[in-house]
Design a protein around this ligand. Structure first.
Ligand code: B12
Length: 310
């Protein structure tokens, strides 16, 4: 069997739904120019880390000098049964075990497998947090296309996907990909966004509810009222996407990748101690926003719930 097929089979057996390979070449300069324009238009809000280490974001060889290939993986997290999300809503990815840790552990097992094949194997694992343009490498590895909601979308699995990569010195045959934008005339995600963060020709992250629930400081009054009952993250543009209607559900009980079903009132959160917060957010991505922002979000949800009842 070709090593490329062995890698993909191993990735699937570890619980990933998609795996593809691209070269370690830099990202096409047109994407880099788009990214810079997006930053200078102020679309990143207070996420100043997005303008740091720009070269590294697009150049695998600045992560691993003799890098030849990037192995890209994705895990589907569309829940098998509906999750109530009442009275406050938590984005689905945050109901699962923290994917940064989960994906990293699985990629480490994939790396161990490759090490057993080639003692010269060198690698770096990347999942979300370090400067690396994950979606752009995933497109190049053939995992999908970027939808109007800016999410990596796969024709079969939709966009409830979380990404990770191994940058390696192994010379691997890259997957051929055909870049395509497969949203057609559909504008459902644009219409679904309560704050109009998504429009036909742009995405303003500073208005995205997901960003607002994670940002430092206060939220503008006008945006607060549009945040509804979103306590952490937001899935409106994912739920609106027709690709996610027909995509298969995540069936990963056997590897412990299962969502929690949470029912919590904003009033409870407002009264939390640090210990309550630690217990509630243990092994969830919710943990990193801290108690103060969680309480701020709970107050916004409570006020919006009250306005709904008035
Ligand atoms: C910063 C960040 C955010 C910010 C900004 C989001 C954004 N759209 O950029 C905020 C906090 C808002 C956010 C929210 C979410 N995030 Co986030 N986030 C990131 C992070 C750390 C960096 C993304 C980034 O660089 N953004 C800046 C933009 C300009 O760069 P870009 O995504 O590379 O965009 C380029 C492409 O879109 C490209 N492009 C190429 N082809 C095409 C084609 C078309 C038609 C278009 C329009 C553009 C386009 O042009 C852009 C410029 O170069 C990545 C992890 C990483 N290191 O990559 C995760 C990541 C993008 N997030 C992720 C997730 C899951 C989410 C949420 C779904 C979580 C939630 N439920 O609340 C939401 C989704 C919001 C949304 N619709 O984008 C996943 C997305 C997986 C996927 N299927 O795409 C990632 C990849 C993390 C991971 N490892 O899985 N996130």
């Amino acid at each position: 069997m070709r090593i490329e097929d062995e890698i993909k089979n191993k990735a699937l057996s570890l619980g990933f739904d998609l795996a593809g390979i691209t070269t370690a070449d830099d990202i096409d300069f047109r994407h880099i120019e788009n990214y810079k324009q997006w930053l200078s238009a102020g679309c990143a809000g207070l996420m100043t880390y997005l303008s740091a280490n720009l070269d590294k974001r697009f150049s695998p060889r600045l992560h691993l000098p003799d890098a030849k290939s990037v192995i890209c993986v994705a895990i589907n997290y569309k829940p098998a049964k509906p999750i109530s999300q009442n009275p406050v809503q938590i984005a689905l990815f945050a109901l699962y075990p923290d994917y940064h840790i989960f994906i990293k552990e699985k990629l480490q097992l994939l790396a161990d497998f490759l090490m057993s094949k080639d003692s010269n194997f060198k690698y770096k694992i990347r999942v979300d947090s370090l400067p690396f343009a994950e979606r752009l490498f995933a497109i190049r590895a053939g995992l999908g296309f970027i939808g109007k909601n800016r999410l990596l979308t796969n024709a079969k699995y939709g966009s409830f996907l979380l990404l990770g990569e191994i940058i390696t010195n192994m010379e691997l045959q890259p997957d051929n990909h055909v870049e395509q934008q497969a949203c057609g005339d559909c504008r459902k995600c644009i219409e679904s966004c309560p704050t109009k963060a998504i429009c036909d020709n742009g995405f303003d992250a500073s208005k995205c509810i997901s960003y607002l629930t994670m940002k430092k400081g206060d939220v503008d009054d006008e945006l607060k009222s549009k945040m509804g009952t979103h306590l952490f993250g937001c899935d409106e543009c994912l739920r609106a996407c027709p690709y996610n209607d027909k995509s298969p559900a995540c069936e990963k009980q056997q590897i412990g990748f299962v969502p929690r079903d949470i029912k919590i009132k904003p009033q409870e959160i407002i009264g939390w101690t640090e210990k309550d917060f630690e217990t509630f957010t243990a092994n969830s991505t919710m943990h990193w926003i801290g108690l103060e922002k969680m309480k701020r979000n709970a107050i916004i949800c409570k006020n919006n719930l009250q306005n709904l009842c008035d």
